[in-house]
Design a protein around this ligand. Structure first.
Ligand code: GDP
Length: 297
């Protein structure tokens, strides 16, 4: 097991106790440790570089407070910088300020946890916000994907659009909009098709669905365990659709937490939810400070 970053920084700065200001060479030594910790936490390399540059600049010349050691002070600077990079210590909410039915479009690769997250969010909207929700699966690629959403809908007590075999995603989206209007639904969640790899057909289909449904939220679902792949996926999607946020799944299996930092840096969008298990309750609003704690250890 590695020492935590906090301990290692303490080690770097032990010899410095009591000096007046953080010196450039000391900060650079400390940043070597931070860099290793971030890479171990699976933060993407370009993001690590940017982060280190920002923090180095901030730290050099800062006078050391009397009450803390230089190591503790650098840990605080790094902690604050992680939180700032994640958008500040606020929990971002869904933006549902539009005429109903407000559409939430879920996008992402197959297996990322899209369908599960769709049902989890529908449950949360129903139970925590008293919304009348409806879900529709536009996933005609994966066998039984539409059935899966239906089953989850029954589990969480949220209606799903009846399945008509053979319909294409845009047809389903059109039908879902009509049904949601007719049934005075507040929020319509569209679970779009995923594929194993990002491809143009997937992107075109997503854009066509967005055109029809005019989503207020477009949430990219990514698996936090897929590291650099997740970063590439985020890059591809954010170049093609106007994402409004990210759902990071499998945070229960990610002891390292670095994916959050990469996702935020690459998409520039807030992480709105963290999936923390397979159960329908296993969805948390995202807390930047918890991720900072995980990374700093
Ligand atoms: P989709 O293909 O993107 O729609 O993926 P699914 O929603 O079908 O999820 C794929 C698998 O991942 C399922 O077995 C889910 O139960 C599981 N899963 C989804 N989210 C999470 C999560 O946050 N934590 C864990 N441990 N499993 C998850």
């Amino acid at each position: 097991m590695f020492d935590s970053l906090s301990d290692r920084l303490g080690g770097v700065f032990d010899k410095l106790r009591g000096r007046g200001a953080l010196k450039e060479q000391d900060v650079r030594d400390a940043m070597r440790e931070v860099r290793i910790a971030l890479l171990e936490a699976d933060v993407a390399l370009p993001v690590v570089r940017r982060f280190i540059d920002q923090v180095t600049e901030k730290a050099i010349g800062q006078s050391v407070l009397r009450s803390v050691t230089p190591g503790q002070q650098v840990v605080k600077i790094v902690n604050d910088a992680i939180i700032e990079m994640l958008g500040g210590d606020v929990t971002p909410e869904l933006d549902l300020n539009a005429a109903p039915p407000v559409v939430i479009m879920m996008v992402g690769l197959q297996g990322s946890g899209k369908t599960t997250s769709t049902a989890k969010i529908a449950k949360l909207l129903k139970e925590k916000q008293g919304k009348k929700a409806m879900m529709a699966s536009l996933d005609v690629n994966r066998p039984a994907a539409q059935e899966q959403l239906k089953v989850l809908g029954e589990q969480v007590g949220v209606a799903t659009l009846p399945i008509i075999p053979g319909q294409q995603p845009t047809e389903i989206a059109t039908r879902a909009m009509q049904a949601a209007k007719l049934q005075a639904v507040d929020v319509l969640l569209l679970d779009t098709a995923g594929r194993l790899h990002v491809d143009q057909q997937l992107m075109d289909e997503m854009k066509a669905v967005a055109e029809i449904s005019n989503p207020r939220e477009t949430l990219l679902v990514v698996d936090s365990l897929t590291g650099q792949d997740a970063v590439n996926v985020a890059q591809s999607f954010s170049g093609q659709v106007d994402l409004t946020g990210v759902v990071l799944t499998r945070m229960d299996g990610d002891a390292r937490g670095g994916a959050a930092l990469s996702m935020r840096a690459v998409t520039g969008k807030p992480i709105k939810f963290a999936g923390t298990g397979e159960k329908m309750e296993a969805l948390e609003v995202f807390h930047p400070s918890r991720v900072a704690n995980r990374i700093l250890g």
